[in-house]
Ligand binder design. Structure first.
Ligand code: CA
Length: 257
């Protein structure tokens, strides 16, 4: 999960960044409204946490600019302003939630996770696709009831695919999410990660484990529950089902290795 934190107070910014990192929530902390607006337009954040008192523009103004630019990430306003009018104003400008300072870190984390979940259309913290089960709160993935051991980057990739199950995710989407434009490696790295994840799924599920993540040639990857009737035997080259039906490489016609 990736959070954009807009907070000009250095101490508060560092504190929140630390809380979020402890929860494995990746956070970019920005101190001015203009910079937040620019970066918010480029990257797809799961949640934006926004202070109202910013040095260069009012948080309400930033809220309006973000919404006018069709940035739909959920926005949580975190402000020292405590009156009902302040809350109503922020919600009216397009905020999804409002918390007042001082705040409890546990509450902030729970609210951020809930906002991200609802934005993805998941009211529960559990996402299931076939034998794979993700708990967004604990960031724990089980496959056929067994814990799946993943590195940090592998987890981020599989989580991203699970919350967008059925939708194609491009390699560029993955790079933005994993590296935020900082020292971005080449797109090929995503293929390497995907290969490792598929192998780990296969280790638990057998051949069907490789069928969850489908390659969409020239575009990216999509995760979906394998169709049991169309399952490709493991000794056949794994191809997109639409290609499989016209592939010359049928099971009896494989080129010798
Ligand atoms: Ca401030």
């Amino acid at each position: 999960m990736k959070i954009l934190l807009v907070e000009d107070d250095q101490v508060t910014g560092e504190l929140i960044t630390r809380f979020l990192r402890d929860e494995n929530l990746f956070c970019d902390c920005i101190t001015t409204g203009e910079e937040a607006f620019q970066i918010g337009k480029i990257y797809d954040y799961d949640v934006i946490v926004l202070d109202i008192g910013l040095p260069d523009m009012n948080g309400h103004e930033l809220l309006q600019k973000l919404r006018d630019s069709a940035i739909s990430s959920p926005i949580l306003v975190l402000s020292g302003l405590q009156s009902i009018q302040d809350k109503v104003k922020a919600l009216g400008f397009g905020a999804d939630d409002y918390m007042t300072k001082p705040f409890a870190s546990e509450e902030l984390i729970v609210r951020i996770k809930a906002l991200a979940r609802r934005a993805e259309g998941h009211s529960s913290a559990i996402i299931r696709v076939g034998e794979i089960q993700l708990n967004l709160d604990t960031q724990h993935i089980e496959v056929a009831g067994r814990p799946l051991q993943l590195t940090g980057k592998e987890y981020q990739i599989l989580e991203f695919l699970l919350v967008r199950k059925g939708a194609t995710v491009t390699k560029n989407n993955f790079l933005n999410r994993l590296y935020s434009g900082m020292d971005e490696p080449e797109e090929k790295i995503i293929d390497v990660f995907m290969c490792k994840i598929r192998r780990k799924l296969q280790d638990i599920l057998g051949p069907s484990g490789r069928e969850y993540i489908e390659t969409i040639w020239g575009r990216g990857y999509v995760l979906r529950e394998p169709n049991k009737q169309n399952q490709v035997p493991s000794n056949v080259i794994s191809v997109h089902p639409s290609i499989a039906s016209i592939s010359p490489f049928s099971k009896n016609n494989l080129p010798s290795a």
